[in-house]
Design a protein around this ligand. Structure first.
Ligand code: G6P
Length: 602
């Protein structure tokens, strides 16, 4: 989704703006642009396409200046085009803005402004912000007054950066339901929609809350709420480095992040198990005896981690648990109250649907716990308790290490609750958990085998995944990974449902990826596999050494660990199968078409 950068300082703005936009490329975008302010004049260059198009377009422009704003756009209102790209300026070129989010009442505001004689250049919702700002600013007061008035008019979500030729010594930024961080550098102050954009310049950041604004100058920063009262904010020091947000010798971020999983899992477990007991100090004030129902909520890959977490929690804590997509939960009138525990899972901590679902749960009096990867993110801050995965920055759009670390944390969390409620703690799970990073390392060494399986998919249009119970969560994730990065159509089915429809799709040569690791149900899945083989399917089966698989030609034997932990191992071949299929097909692995890393609009 859209990315924002802003710079004010003693140096030049453009280098920061461009490197920051490059670091935000992973969010997904279709056009880019920058405005630089110099000698009371704005120079804006923007165009459709990748940053290299913008670099070309910048040649021949004097972009000298120590104040500037930049943007990568992911189209929501209006096609990707030069005119729809940001920054958007007013007609006389005295104001320039970049915006992330959606202005929901933009049509209404646009009509009012058109009646007042304003002419619009673009089809975007964002342009109303600059036109509205122009209207108020020209009627007196300073830029800050005008920004307050604009924010009173607009509805929806926004992260905004604003510059004006009449007040060239400042950048005003504002945020509501769209991420924005401010960084303090040696040269001055910077802002961006995500931390990697700042890391080359600083690790010291301030997190802006919703309905907060900041005024950045080269010497200081001041924060305000919507009543214009000044706020005190502490600096947070980011615990990871620029190197950890770079490719480090791998061809792609996705491959690097797949290989980082042993470390990410170890880091996520660190300090959680002490003398055979689970340690979650963050949860010490939560009374787990009061819950009669639990929801696990997320989107995309995080939802698949929820599917695992929910099953483990239910099994260990004997309470009904529901896993739901955030977008369904928020509009589903869920029957929830103060006896409901809601667990929200999100890598970015910024996904709009998950955040809205969290706000709904809070309104209804539920206890809210989030499992997030990004420090200080909106979901982390809005929930009663935030538990952090320690995956480090995840840049590739397709989530890998965030997924496995979410499962680790959710498994430990479920076991902690059992410990607190006095249920027998699954000691085998704790012992085996310790060994998972080593098993993952061993699986990564088998990469050439998974690459071999990927060759089967080179000329396939479709691929079907089957599994049951926890293996169903694993195949849901496997199918998502494959379609995300390779664009091969992939669907996951519960083994027992095959004969109710999907088996009609199996014909000679259809590739079926099957997972059968759960002892109580694996034999059933293997029967389903045989049914597909009888109809010509080319099956790749991931299982352990406990089951009779003589009917299947291609079998990969996973290490035999506690069944509840098998999704952590299955994830590795699923990720590598998707990865190699995408490479074979020549796809843009890290930035698949139409997808965004952080989905900050509904
Ligand atoms: C996008 C990403 C997915 C991710 C999902 C949820 O669709 O492309 O990889 O799983 O959002 O994101 P979150 O940050 O909430 O985990």
């Amino acid at each position: 989704m859209c990315g924002i950068t802003a710079y004010i300082g003693k140096g030049q703005a453009l280098p920061f703006l461009m490197q920051g936009l490059e670091k935000l490329e992973y969010r997904g975008y279709d056009s880019a642009g920058v405005t630089v302010l110099n000698n009371n004049q704005l120079t804006t260059v923007k165009c459709k396409g990748r940053l290299k198009n913008l670099e070309e377009a910048l040649k021949g422009h004097d972009m000298t200046g120590s104040v500037g704003i930049g943007h990568t756009r992911w189209a929501t209102h209006g096609i990707p085009s030069n005119l729809n790209s940001h920054p958007h300026n007013n007609a006389d070129g005295t104001l320039s803005i970049v915006h992330n989010g959606i202005i929901e009442n933009y049509r209404e505001l646009k009509d009012i402004l058109i009646d007042k004689g304003y002419k619009f250049q673009s089809q975007t919702d964002s342009e109303v912000v600059v036109q509205c700002l122009d209207y108020f600013y020209k009627r007196g007061g300073d830029l800050m007054d005008a920004v307050h008035k604009v924010l009173n008019c607009i509805e929806g979500s926004y992260a905004l950066c604003i510059i004006a030729t009449k007040e060239p010594d400042k950048i005003i930024v504002a945020k509501k339901n769209s991420p924005l961080v401010v960084g303090k550098t040696e040269e001055g102050y910077v802002a961006a929609s995500d931390i990697p954009a700042l890391l080359a310049y600083t690790k010291e950041v301030y997190f802006l809350g919703d309905d907060e604004m900041a005024v950045l100058t080269k010497d200081d920063v001041h924060f305000y709420n919507r009543r214009n009262e000044e706020l005190h904010k502490d600096i947070t020091v980011i615990p990871y480095t620029l190197e950890s947000a770079q490719k480090g010798g791998y061809d792609t971020f996705m491959l690097k992040e797949i290989h980082e999983q042993p470390t990410a899992i170890r880091e996520t477990m660190r300090g959680r198990i002490f003398n055979g007991r689970l340690v979650f100090d963050e949860l010490k004030d939560v009374d787990f005896t009061k819950f009669n129902k639990v929801y696990y909520i997320g989107c995309g890959t995080a939802y698949h981690a929820c599917l695992c977490g929910a099953q483990i929690f239910e099994l260990e804590n004997h309470v009904p648990v529901f896993a739901q997509y955030a977008s369904e939960f928020r509009y589903g009138n869920p029957i929830i109250d103060d006896k409901t525990l809601c667990v929200f899972c999100s890598q970015s901590g910024e996904t709009a649907d998950t955040l809205a679902a969290l706000k709904l749960a809070k309104e209804k009096g539920c206890t809210t716990i989030s499992v997030v990867n990004v420090l200080g993110s909106s979901i982390a801050r809005a929930s009663d308790v935030a538990l952090y995965t320690a995956a480090g920055p995840e840049i590739a759009v397709a989530s890998t290490k965030a997924y496995t670390t979410q499962i680790v944390l959710l498994s430990l969390f479920a076991t902690y609750v059992a410990q607190e409620l006095g249920y027998p703690v699954d000691e085998d799970l704790l012992t085996q958990m310790d060994k998972i990073p080593n098993y993952v390392e061993a699986l990564l060494k088998d990469d050439p085998i998974f690459e071999g399986y990927a060759k089967k998919l080179e000329n396939q249009h479709d691929c079907y995944f089957i599994g049951r119970r926890l293996d169903y969560a694993s195949v849901m994730e496997g199918a998502l990974k494959l379609k995300e990065v390779s664009y091969v159509h992939a669907d996951a089915y519960v083994g027992g449902e095959l004969k109710h429809g999907a088996i009609a799709l199996i014909e000679e040569g259809t590739v079926v990826v099957a997972v059968a690791t759960q002892p109580d149900i694996a034999a059933k899945t293997i029967s389903n596999i045989e049914e597909t083989i009888a109809r010509g399917a080319d099956v790749i089966l991931f299982t352990t050494d406990q089951f009779d698989t003589s009917a299947v030609k291609t079998v990969y034997r996973l290490p035999n660990v506690n069944p509840l932990l098998m999704p952590l191992l299955v994830a590795i071949p699923m990720q590598l199968l998707a990865y190699h299929t995408a490479v074979i097909k020549g796809r843009d692995v890290d930035k698949p078409r139409n997808l965004a890393k952080s989905v900050t609009v509904e």
